[in-house]
Design a protein. Structure first.
Length: 485
């Protein structure tokens, strides 16, 4: 089976969020299952600089606003997954990130940049593909940046391949002015409710949902949630029409990167059979972050974007109460200015108890995950989430809100779940500061008063199979069903 996996970011080449992690891990897992898979990604400088064995394989012609571009083929050294790259310097070789400039302002031509990514993906699956030696059976699209691909495949390229779109976050839909229709050579007749029109705008994401042969999401709960007004972001009607077809497949984690038994970022490795190393990692982090070196002080970890979605504003009002009760905090993240300032103030007022690092640091994220006793993740909505799974793998029980992938991966600790050994964390009853405080207090009660029970909760989480193996099989089954149909 040949699969073209088209995406706007992929770890370890370029990353802004969880999409990159999925794009790095899922294709590698599918390749292990015997799938002939290739990625398609824009030629950002970081991508061009990191791929090995990079060489031109085709000229790309008749693209919107571009006389010509080059298609290159390379390989991710770590996984040996093949990557096709669109080399168009005027579009992709810029200072800044994949979607925005160095000041955080979105590129004004994002519709063109990702419209061309979608167009090339469709071309590679069509009858007039620039490649003579490789053509996909399945084109797997991801989020709005590749959302026009199924539309191009059906309306213009008349592709015989089947298309899948995975929805990683419905909050981002890629909506642009209708003037882009002509620029992107999209049929004006399809700028309609039954097409890619959304409140007078061209919606890349709606195009993907409407025209794709199959729709998947990154967790079973999120597949249901996006069919409601609260989580559908205006597309719940269309999603409900396709409701029976939408498959929720929970992401896995990259266990070669996130494994406390082999993690090179830790001063001491550990596993479920021997957790003593975790105590050493905690002490090392306390020293590194200038926290009081107290083995008995509950250390609460946060690694997150600081946004409304992530629910960290619910943590701010209760942090001082928890600190006064003897808790320590280690926070790593960045985002909304008001939240950054609030956490900085708490650190300033509580030296030795609260550490706040604004920004991102890969090594520190691993160290916080391993050293913390509890991982705090109260997201208002979370399509899948990976950090709570990292917490499970590292013996750091998560405190989460019951939404999306958090609800699918974290089982609240109660008498029944503890008895049947499924308890692996603590779940809030609602998205509020009071509920978050209650869940943390419940966790601290077990942590402080019942060491054996706490160890069992840790072991329950660490014993789960959190790898991509199961997820990759589910995607493979989805591909096979499409081809058989």
């Amino acid at each position: 089976m040949r699969v073209l996996f088209t995406t706007s970011e992929v770890f370890p080449l370029i990353k802004t969020g969880g999409l990159a992690d999925v794009s790095g891990s899922l294709p590698a897992a599918l390749q292990h299952l015997g799938v002939d898979i290739r990625l398609l990604i824009p030629g950002y400088p970081a991508v061009l600089n990191q791929l090995s064995h990079l060489k031109p394989i085709a000229k790309l012609e008749n693209l919107p606003m571009l006389a010509q571009a080059d298609l290159l083929l390379g390989e991710i050294a770590q996984t040996k997954v093949k990557v096709m790259v669109i080399k168009a310097a005027s579009l992709y070789e810029r200072d800044g990130g994949p979607y925005a400039d160095a000041n955080g302002l979105e590129w004004l031509d994002n519709a063109l940049r990702f419209g061309i990514l979608s167009k090339v993906a469709a071309m590679l699956s069509g009858a007039h593909s620039p490649l003579s030696d490789w053509q996909p059976d399945i084109v797997h699209c991801n989020d709005w940046q590749t959302g026009l691909t199924p539309a191009y495949m059906k309306l213009l390229e008349h592709s015989s391949a089947k298309s899948v779109i995975s929805l990683h976050n419905m909050a981002f839909q890629g909506c642009f002015a209708p003037a882009w229709l002509s620029t992107l050579a999209l049929p004006h007749r399809n700028f309609a409710i039954d097409g890619f029109e959304y409140h007078g705008q061209l919606s890349f994401l709606k195009a993907g949902i409407f025209y794709a042969d199959s729709v998947t999401t990154v967790s079973p709960s999120y597949a249901k949630e996006i069919q409601t007004a609260e989580f559908g972001f205006g597309l719940e009607g269309l999603l409900s029409q396709r409701g029976n077809e939408i498959k929720g497949i929970l992401n896995g984690i990259e266990t070669s990167e996130w494994n406390p038994n082999t993690d090179p970022h830790l001063i001491k490795n550990y596993n479920a059979k021997s957790l003593t190393g975790k105590k050493q990692v905690k002490r090392a982090l306390q020293e590194k972050l200038a926290l009081h070196t107290n083995a008995n002080a509950p250390l609460l970890g946060v690694v997150s974007r600081l946004t409304h979605q992530k629910g960290l504003d619910m943590l701010v009002p209760i942090m001082q109460t928890l600190v006064d009760a003897g808790c320590q905090f280690a926070l790593l993240g960045n985002g909304e200015t008001a939240l950054e300032s609030a956490f900085r103030a708490l650190a300033l007022n509580n030296p030795g108890q609260v550490s706040v690092t604004i920004g991102y640091n890969e090594a520190l994220s691993h160290q916080i995950m391993a050293a913390a006793d509890l991982f705090i993740m109260p997201s208002r909505f979370e399509p899948c989430g990976l950090n709570q799974m990292y917490g499970l793998a590292y013996g750091t029980p998560p405190v989460v809100n019951a939404t999306g992938g958090l609800a699918d991966s974290v089982t609240d600790t109660n008498l029944i779940s503890f008895k049947n050994k499924t308890a692996n964390g603590f779940v809030m009853s609602e998205a509020s500061s009071a509920s978050l405080l209650s869940a943390i207090k419940q966790a601290l009660n077990v942590y402080t008063n019942d060491a054996a029970a706490w160890r069992q909760i840790q072991i329950n989480g660490m014993s789960q199979n959190l790898s991509w193996d199961k997820s990759a099989l589910a995607y493979l089954a989805t591909y096979q069903a499409l081809l058989e149909a």
